[in-house]
Design a protein around this ligand. Structure first.
Ligand SMILES: *Cc1c(COP(=O)(O)O)cnc(C)c1O
Length: 363
């Protein structure tokens, strides 16, 4: 094959859905205060680091990991108090779990649905496995539009419905009565994505007893272990054992397994950090409220979506970055997110730096 034929070959061999996609973009944060990706800003205290390094010494990198990561799963089972009949599966981040679920249901005529705007990976992974994707708009206040959801469920009969609870990028928890109505009406699987559970306190985990089409997904990423890549999905064994067939062997590497067990033994440290972040979320919210022309949306997560005067978001984003603060610009997603930026709650110093920079940019 000669090189000048390459573009034609790519076009012939790579599916058009893939060619039409854009790779997930991650902004370069070097030298900036990084408030764009919902990371926990806190490291571990020294004694904890020492204990962790000690534990890593015992790892056999020459051996394959425990294929089912039994140690991690058992600790999570205990910590969640899972009932008999419920099972959990681990993913290399919850992104991998979204992929497993969608690979398992993909096929001609199959449909995925989510309210929107929501987490972009639902749409991207649906496209990657050739699934049709229906987005049902949230209300202008980013609440679940229950009537619209019920109509759309009846019309499209989606095989999988994703609901982020709290939602990303809006940060709010939907009304739990609306959520229950939607789950009851859904003809297929409902995945409630609780990535921000540590900052919300509310969960539908106990609803698994009531709804056999429900799956609950969580991740350790937002609570302080984004670099580890570990997510988990809980549901009735009948579902989970099917997803487990698609899971690649050894998807959770030994370093992640050992580190996650260690971290779960010290859950209190992460809980305390989450409590600090919840406290500081209010400080950032109050700071935003004090700025003319800025509207922060109520958040149950570790970030805040905020709206700027029409047509200014791109410029404010750029000037914040010039001032050394990286947030997420949601303007390019358009629709109700035009004019919106999203800031992660950082340390008190980082939050002050952000609020000061924003205030300077706006005046
Ligand atoms: C961040 C995020 C995830 C993905 O988390 P990983 O476990 O890091 O892959 C999933 N869902 C939502 C809503 C998120 O915001």
């Amino acid at each position: 094959m000669s090189v000048d034929k390459l573009p034609a070959q790519v076009e012939r061999l790579i599916r058009s859905e893939i060619r039409d996609m854009k790779a997930y973009q991650v902004a370069d944060a070097s030298g900036l205060t990084k408030l764009d990706a919902m990371e926990n800003p806190y490291g571990w205290p020294d004694e904890l680091l020492d204990g962790w390094l000690q534990r890593l010494r015992g790892v056999s990198l020459n051996r394959y990991p425990d294929p089912g990561a039994g140690g991690v799963r058992e600790m999570l089972r205990q910590s969640l108090g899972l009932a008999e009949g419920l099972e959990l599966i681990l993913g290399n981040g919850s992104d991998e779990l979204i992929q497993l679920i969608l690979q398992a249901v993909a096929g001609p005529g199959r449909q995925v649905m989510a309210p929107g705007p929501s987490f972009v990976m639902y749409r991207m992974i649906s496209a990657s496995v050739g699934l049709a994707y229906q987005e049902v708009p949230l209300t202008p206040e980013f609440e679940l539009d229950c009537d619209a959801m019920l109509l759309a469920l009846a019309k499209f009969s989606p095989d999988v419905l994703f609901i982020a609870y709290p939602n990303n990028p809006s940060g709010n928890l939907f009304d739990s009565g609306d959520l229950a109505s939607v789950i009851e009406a859904a003809p297929g699987l409902v995945v409630v994505d609780e990535a921000y559970f540590p900052f919300a306190g509310k969960t539908v985990m106990s609803w698994l007893d009531r709804y056999d089409n429900l799956l609950v997904m969580r991740t350790l990423s937002k609570s302080g272990l984004a670099g580890l890549r570990l997510g988990y999905l809980v549901g009735h064994r009948a579902w989970i054992q099917e997803f487990d067939k698609l899971r690649l062997p050894y998807n959770i590497n030994v370093l992640t397994q050992v580190s996650a067990v260690f971290a779960l033994e010290h859950e209190d440290v992460f809980a305390a950090q989450a409590a600090d972040i919840r406290r500081d979320r209010k400080v950032v919210m109050d700071g935003l409220a004090a700025l003319e022309g800025v509207r922060g949306y109520p958040s149950d997560a570790n970030f805040i979506l905020f709206r700027l005067p029409a047509g200014t978001a791109d410029q404010v984003f750029t000037r914040l970055r010039e001032a050394g603060v990286l947030v997420k610009n949601l303007g390019p997603q358009g629709g109700p997110l035009e004019d919106c930026l999203r800031v992660t709650v950082g340390t008190p110093d980082e939050n002050r730096a952000f609020l000061k920079a924003l205030s300077n940019v706006l005046t």
